[in-house]
Design a binder for this molecule. Structure first.
Ligand code: ZN
Length: 239
């Protein structure tokens, strides 16, 4: 039995008329849609913004990889340093649900100024003022002694912008998950976790998913996110 019964009306060239009309109609609708969204700047901006954001994030990966190319992490496996900023951005995107390209770029770049020959002006030139400002917020003052830098991380954490707080959360989470250096005693590891918990207390209330994971990692060492003691004097003898 002919499944096309009754036969569809055909045009002169033997094409089903309905399809042809649908095609024409579809084409018209598509053109109208494109004109509409172009008029409203949507097609252009959606397409361009997405591509530009992706391109900027990839550029930040490339920039950080070049800057950190000769550095290794402090863990026992001495992994390439770039694993850390990429890991921080990955935590934000895939555990924190963050898709703000500014945060992801800042995460990728967060150690370039502190740990490589990179200036904030260079970051601004390549990635813009907003990324620069977030990177600046998460960069320690290199000219200060380590103990003071660590104290300031605790004191200044609550004053950071929401974007900088996100980078801090993911940065600390990545570090806390890493195996400590082989020569660290249990006491030193514990102190590192306690100091981290003070910094993290200052940036909490920013991303529930990440904070839950941080609670788990700290909890495994018997540590909780907590404010520093009054008149906190700094990290410890290991700083
Ligand atoms: Zn870091």
């Amino acid at each position: 039995m002919d499944s096309n019964y009754p036969p569809e009306p055909m045009d002169d060239e033997g094409y089903p008329l309905k399809c042809k009309l649908a095609g024409v109609g579809g084409g018209i609708i598509a053109v109208i849609a494109i004109l509409f969204v172009c008029h409203n700047g949507m097609v252009g901006s959606i397409h361009t913004t997405k591509m530009t954001s992706m391109a900027k994030v990839i550029k930040a990966v490339d920039f950080a990889a070049k800057k950190h190319r000769d550095q290794r992490r402090w863990g026992p496996d001495k992994a390439p340093y770039i694993n850390h900023p990429i890991g921080v951005a990955n935590i934000l995107a895939n555990e924190g649900g963050i898709d703000d390209p500014i945060v992801l770029q800042a995460a990728l770049l967060h150690d370039t100024v502190e740990d490589t020959e990179t200036s904030l002006d260079e970051i601004e030139q390549e990635f813009g003022k907003i990324v620069r400002d977030v990177v600046d917020e998460v960069t320690d003052q290199k000219d200060l002694p380590s103990k003071e830098r660590k104290r300031l991380q605790v004191i200044n954490a609550p004053k950071k912008s929401p974007r900088a707080k996100l980078v801090k959360l993911a940065d600390k989470l990545h570090n806390l998950r890493q195996s400590p250096p082989a020569d660290w005693t249990e006491e030193r590891i514990k102190q590192y976790f306690v100091w981290s918990s003070y910094v993290l207390h200052g940036v909490k209330g920013t991303n529930e998913a990440l904070e839950t994971k941080i609670d788990e990692v700290l909890g495994a060492r018997g540590v909780k996110m907590a404010p520093p003691p009054e008149n906190y004097q700094g990290y410890d003898k290991y700083a």
